[in-house]
Design a protein around this ligand. Structure first.
Ligand code: PLP
Ligand code: COI
Length: 354
C-alpha cells in the first residue's frame, strides 16, 4: 500500500488530568492520558489519523463489533530513560502482528506509516505521562474495531483504529500460582489463537474464573486435542527451566508469537543459557517437578514482562517451584528491562527512539 502522510491533525485537550495521577502508586491500565489517536476506515480506505482529546467512542447499536466481535489489539510499552528520552521496544513487530491479526479477522490492513507516525506523534504529545519510576511505563494499546453497522453476519464496511495509553505499574504483584487446564481450551488448530483477537480473551475469562475460585491466579493452557502439551500461561508465553536448559514451545496456529518470548530466546542464547524450542508435555513437567529438575517456570509478555510461577496445580495436586537466588528469570528480566529503558547497550537493535 503506497500511502503518504502529511502532518497529523492534532486537537489538544483543553485541560490536563495529569495532576490527579499518583505516579508513585500506579496500577495497571486504569488511568489514561490526555489524548488518543483515531483513524477511520471508510469507503474502502484508511483515512489520515488524528489525535484528539481522550474521549468515549460513540457507535450505533448495530455496529458489528458488538455482535460479531470483529476486533484486534496490540500491547506495547513506551519507556523514559534518565535523560527523558522516550523509547519503544520492537514497535514494528507490533505493527506487523496487528496486520496479521487483522487479516485473520477480515479487517483491512493498516498502512505502516499511520501506525508508526501516529504512535510517535501521540507519544510526543503525551510524553509527560510516561513514568520514569523503575518497573513503571506507559502501556500503549493500539486496537481496531468494526464500527460499520448492520446485523448481517459479514465483515463490516467501516473500522476504527485507536491508540490509547495508560501509565502503568506492574501487571502482577509477586509470584503467581497457576492451574494446568484439563478441560477448556484457549485456541484450536485453524482457529484464531495466533491472532490478538479480542474474543480470544473473552473465551479465557470463564475458565480463569473457575481457577481463581480454586485459589489460582492464572490458567496454563494446554493443546485443545489431548490437553497433554503445554501452550501458554494466561495471556503470556511460557518458559520452563529443567536442570540448566530453558524450554519453550514452538509458535503455531494456537500460540501467539510473543515479542517478549522471541527476545528472551535471543537474550538467553546470548547469555549462554542452553535453549530448546520444542513441545513440552504436562507429564514431563510433573516428572521434572517430582525429581527436582524443574527449577523455574515463568510467563513472558509485554504487560507482565517475566512473571515467575511459584506453584502449579495439576489433577488436584500442587507442585511448588524452588526459590532460587540466581534464577534465569531474574537475569533475563533485568536484561530485557535494561535494554527497554536504555540502561545498557542494545546489541540486537530493538530499541526505537521516539
Ligand atoms: N500470549 C498471549 C495470549 C498474549 O496475549 C500475549 C500478550 O501480548 C503474549 C503471549 C505475549 O506477547 P508479547 O510478548 O508480544 O506481549
Ligand atoms: C500484553 O502483554 O501486552 C497483553 O496484551 C496481555 C494483556 C491481555 C494485558
Amino acid at each position: 500500500m503506497n500511502v503518504v502522510m502529511t502532518d497529523i491533525e492534532i486537537i489538544k485537550a483543553q485541560t490536563t488530568k495529569i495532576h490527579d495521577v499518583d505516579f508513585e502508586h500506579l496500577s495497571f491500565g486504569k488511568t489514561f492520558t490526555d489524548h488518543m489517536l483515531t483513524c477511520d476506515f471508510k469507503d474502502g480506505k484508511w483515512e489520515a489519523p488524528k489525535i484528539v482529546p481522550y474521549q468515549p467512542i460513540v457507535l450505533d447499536p448495530s455496529a458489528k463489533i458488538f455482535h460479531y466481535g470483529q476486533s484486534v489489539f496490540e500491547g506495547m510499552k513506551a519507556y523514559k530513560d534518565v535523560d527523558d528520552n522516550v523509547w519503544l521496544f520492537r514497535p514494528l513487530d507490533n505493527f506487523k502482528r496487528l496486520n496479521i491479526s487483522s487479516k485473520r479477522l477480515a479487517i483491512p490492513e493498516l498502512p505502516e506509516i499511520f501506525f508508526m507516525e501516529g504512535l510517535k506523534a501521540l507519544l510526543q504529545l503525551d510524553r509527560d505521562w510516561i513514568p520514569k519510576k523503575d518497573g513503571s511505563s506507559l502501556y500503549v494499546r493500539p486496537f481496531i474495531l468494526a464500527s460499520g453497522n448492520g446485523f448481517h453476519a459479514s465483515p463490516a464496511d467501516e473500522y476504527k483504529f485507536v491508540i490509547a495509553c495508560s501509565p502503568s505499574g506492574a501487571y502482577f504483584s509477586g509470584k503467581v500460582k497457576v492451574l494446568i487446564e484439563e478441560k477448556y481450551s484457549r485456541a484450536a488448530n485453524g482457529g484464531v489463537g495466533y491472532a490478538k483477537a479480542g474474543g480470544n480473551y473473552a473465551g479465557q475469562f470463564y475458565p480463569t474464573q473457575l481457577a481463581v475460585d480454586k485459589g489460582y491466579d492464572q490458567v496454563i493452557w494446554t493443546d485443545d486435542n489431548t490437553h497433554e502439551y503445554i501452550e501458554e500461561a494466561g495471556a503470556m508465553n511460557i518458559f520452563f527451566r529443567i536442570n540448566d536448559t530453558l524450554i519453550t514451545g514452538p509458535t503455531s496456529d494456537r500460540i501467539l508469537d510473543g515479542i517478549t518470548r522471541k527476545s528472551i530466546i535471543d537474550i538467553a542464547n546470548d547469555e549462554g543459557f542452553p535453549v530448546e524450542v520444542r513441545k513440552i508435555t504436562v507429564k514431563e513437567v510433573v516428572e521434572a517437578s517430582k525429581n527436582g529438575s524443574l527449577l523455574e517456570m515463568f510467563g513472558a509478555g509485554t504487560a507482565a514482562v517475566i512473571s515467575p510461577i511459584a506453584t502449579f496445580g495439576y489433577k488436584d495436586t500442587d507442585y511448588d517451584l524452588p526459590e532460587l537466588d540466581h534464577s534465569y528469570g531474574s537475569v533475563l528480566k533485568k536484561r530485557i528491562m535494561d535494554i527497554q529503558t536504555n540502561k545498557i547497550e542494545d546489541k540486537f537493535g530493538w530499541r526505537v527512539k521516539v
